[in-house]
Design a binder for this molecule. Sequence first.
Ligand code: C2G
Length: 131
Amino acid sequence: MKRVMTYGTFDLLHYGHINLLRRAKSFGDYLIVGLSTNEFNAVKGKTCYFSYDERKQLLEAIRYVDLVIPETCWEQKIDDIQRYGVDVFVMGDDWKGRFDFLSDYCEIVYLPRTPEISTTKIKKEIGLETV
Ligand code: C2G
């Protein structure tokens, strides 16, 4: 059983997220998603439209996702990788290089982001965000 892990906020779930999750799953048999809590999103400077439970429910409905756990801080990744026996860590390439320190524990893969779409863009276009 090859285990894959990724992390994110996944607010206003869109096809860019789905593209990432589908490709992440293709690296193994079991995909774990560390879903940022609202408290951690505040640390990341993000405010979510959907609550953690709503975002978790959406992710759990995706065929590629096998387990969703909370992401509460930057520092939990090594523990998570060891606790869940993660073989491959996958992130979009906007994070390229930022998690290379995890290569002592598992394979690191950065995947090209899906162009054009983002939660910020959706918020702006439906008038949720002025800036
Ligand atoms: N993503 C993508 N294409 C997009 C938008 C997002 O491939 N058009 C990817 C991101 O690169 C990321 C994942 O989808 O791998 C989730 O994106 P966000 O919810 O924006 O995650 P982020 O806020 O970057 O949180 O500890 C890591 C952080 O929690 C990552």
